[in-house]
Design a protein around this ligand. Structure first.
Ligand SMILES: Cc1cc2nc3c(=O)[nH]c(=O)nc-3n(C[C@H](O)[C@H](O)[C@H](O)COP(=O)(O)O)c2cc1C
Length: 332
């Protein structure tokens, strides 16, 4: 039996195989207009979008970045989990995924400096007033009370996601959104407990993971997605990656999801990939995504120790039945 088709325990839950659909918001041209439709609402097309990929045999489906706070919204048509009214729609997605035998997962996000001002009343928030890129608005620096409010919003959203039936809850700590901005020494100039050393800059993410774990207990695996490649221009290397992974492990994360440019390439000038470096720093499963497009790629990732779960993004968006073909290829 190929390793990628064997089950794996992730904290309190188990997946039937090690192939996953990573979180992907619905953007043209990657998604059809019917699937994109609706401002934050869950449509039948959207439920089927996820159910179909689960039916094809994927082990874990991580539903797209879902906003935890109205001031953290990034995509007009994106999903939200900041109100109890969002629970029934989310539950219909989780139910449909579970009915097809896949583990229903969800990613939770606060856009921070990358929130869409058109959706947030013109306000964006961040660890420090540093614009995400030239020409974009400077976010307002969060005070301690607002930091605690945002932590609470993540926890309440996670509890709603759990109530909705999700058994894998991923906090989005990558790609320049709020929690990744805390990690960045360029975007975070704070001098309090949330700024300075890499451990301090990871504190916002760690606090959230720890407190969510406390709330959902054994009801769901809880962890985070991080990316190092967004920070390589800031001098990040293997020691920073190790520190990030160690912080998440200390926060009792059940997994670490590593978003990298290309999973199978070497990193930081060594002959190891980022996935191998991350795995060496933790004993929890590491998910990796980036450039995987065949069943053979997934098997190679796992057999060579780049990751414990292989996430396939664009290939699976392009072909909803991708997993069926990949699994048939792997079974030979
Ligand atoms: C249309 C699209 C939407 C995405 N949305 C998200 C998202 O919501 N959250 C996230 O962490 N990554 C997101 N990503 C990144 C993917 O999860 C994945 O890491 C990336 O596409 C690399 O994997 P691939 O080479 O298999 O596509 C998105 C990617 C695409 C193409």
């Amino acid at each position: 039996m190929p390793l990628s088709l064997t089950p794996l325990r992730i904290g309190p839950v188990e997946v039937r195989n090690r192939i996953a659909m990573p979180p992907m918001v619905r953007l043209a041209p990657h998604a059809s207009p019917e699937v994109i439709a609706g401002e934050g609402s869950v449509t039948d097309h959207l439920v089927e979008h996820y159910a179909r990929r689960a039916r094809a045999g994927v082990g874990l489906i991580i539903v797209e970045a879902t906003c935890v706070h109205p001031l953290g919204r990034v995509w007009r048509h994106g999903l939200n989990a900041y109100d109890d009214a969002h629970v029934p729609g989310l539950a219909s997605i989780a139910r449909a995924i579970a009915a097809e035998g896949a583990l229903p997962g969800i990613q939770l996000v606060h856009g921070g400096p990358q929130a869409d001002p058109a959706l947030t009343g013109g306000v964006t928030l961040g660890p420090s007033p540093v614009a995400p890129s030239v020409g974009e608005p400077e976010p307002r620096e969060l005070d301690l009370g607002q930091i605690l409010d945002i932590q609470r919003a993540f926890i309440e959203a996670a509890v709603r996601a759990h109530e909705a039936g999700f058994r894998f809850i991923e906090i989005h700590g990558a790609h320049g959104y709020l929690l990744d901005s805390f990690v960045s020494p360029i975007r975070n100039h704070r001098t309090d407990a949330f700024g300075g050393s890499i451990e301090n800059r990871m504190r916002m993410l760690m606090d959230i993971v720890m407190r969510i774990k406390d709330c959902v207990r054994d009801g769901a695996a809880v962890g985070a997605r991080i990316s190092v490649f967004t920070h390589t221009a800031e001098g990040f290397g293997e020691s920073e990656l190790r520190a990030m992974v160690r912080s998440l492990t200390e926060a009792h994360s059940d997994f670490v999801d590593l978003s990298v440019d290309r999973v199978l390439t070497h990193a930081f000038g060594t002959d190891r990939s980022m996935g191998q470096a991350a795995r060496a720093a933790t004993n929890v499963p590491v998910l990796v995504a980036g450039g995987l497009s065949s069943g053979r790629d997934c098997e190679q990732v796992i057999a060579e120790g780049h990751g414990d779960i292989a996430c396939v993004g664009r290939a699976m968006l392009g072909d909803p039945d991708w997993a069926q073909g990949a699994i048939a290829e792997l079974r030979g």
